[in-house]
Design a protein around this ligand. Structure first.
Ligand code: 3PG
Length: 307
């Protein structure tokens, strides 16, 4: 009987785990659950004799992958797979997949919520401002960017999108203003929301050169990854631009300095929570389980990311 491990340091909602179990049991497999683990050893022990593994932001490095003696497939229930050592997977013949789009609405709603919180002066009782008519730059127009645009349209924002991998016609067809360079996006937009993955091309790419181009009232929203920000540039923006705010679902390494020196100009969620909704957990969790069953039963590798 195939054994499917769900290893989540940050657990799925119970309703999602129940639904994942339904898919797994219906296929005649066994579900193994490892939640809120506190040491890497627990993960190494759990992966030792399973055939498949579902994770979230959990780190699947070479050691973890090699510890899975029978491991054939690992599915990241979510979009970003920067937490998986893809080369180690390929070397060991393990298929790695993600579940694109399944938690995107949740992340977009959080990004928008952060914007509302900031423009209303952190709900502090004072007089804030409104999003209608304000410029929003969507940096990368993937699944989250698209949901964000839908919400922003409802709010009457002036929406721009930059994504060198998406055809101009698609962005224009969705009723947004197409932008050809990151420089131009940051120059035009008071609000910029980041939806780029963390990879060799994007790490530390959000730097002072870009950020300093933003107009007065500049607000950067990061529900992507902390690694894409150049933190020296972030601190310089805070220092040189008293109007600058940074709202992030992923705490920067320089968090203590930001909190100490720039009160009222940042928001960091308590824990990475963009995808922390029952709906996102159910969608991504079920998708991951179904992809595993389809892989074993039909050889389906549709969402493979290590090829
Ligand atoms: C993703 O890449 O899908 C999101 O960052 C969500 O990550 P999480 O599953 O750890 O909440």
């Amino acid at each position: 009987m195939k054994r499917i491990l769900v290893a989540t340091d940050k657990p799925f909602a119970k309703v999602a785990v129940d639904k994942i179990r339904e898919v797994v049991v219906k296929a005649g497999y066994e579900l193994v659950l490892l939640e809120k683990y506190t040491t890497k050893q627990e993960l190494l022990d759990a992966v030792a004799n399973v055939d498949a593994m579902i994770i979230r932001s959990d780190i699947a490095d070479k050691e973890v992958i090699n510890a899975g003696k029978n491991l054939r497939i690992i599915v990241r229930a979510g979009a970003g797979y920067d937490n998986i050592d893809l080369a180690a997977c390929t070397e060991k013949g393990v298929v790695a997949m993600n579940t694109p789009g399944q938690n995107s609405n949740a992340v977009a709603e959080l990004a928008f919520g952060l914007m509302i919180y900031a423009i209303r002066d952190s709900f502090n009782g004072g007089s804030g401002s409104e999003l209608r008519g304000k410029s929003l730059g969507i940096h990368a127009y993937g699944n989250v960017g698209k949901y964000l645009a839908l919400i922003a349209k409802g709010f009457g924002m002036d929406i721009y999108a930059f994504d060198p991998y998406i055809p101009k016609e698609q962005i224009v067809g969705d009723g947004l203003k197409w932008i050809g360079t990151a420089d131009e996006l940051y120059s035009k937009c008071q609000y910029v929301s980041l939806h780029i993955p963390a990879n060799n091309e994007t790490k530390k790419s959000i730097n002072f050169d870009l950020l300093s181009k933003m107009p007065k009232g500049a607000t950067l929203i990061n529900t992507a990854r902390k690694e894409v920000i150049d933190e020296a540039s972030l601190l310089r923006m805070f220092t040189e631009r008293p109007d600058f705010k940074y709202l992030s679902d992923v705490e920067p390494d320089c968090k203590a300095e930001v909190i100490g020196k720039f009160p009222g100009r940042y928001l960091f969620t308590a824990k990475k929570m963009g995808a922390q909704t029952a709906e996102a957990n159910i969608n991504a969790g079920i998708a991951a389980a179904v992809q595993i069953v389809d892989f074993f039963e039909k050889g389906d590798k549709t969402y493979q990311v290590n090829k």
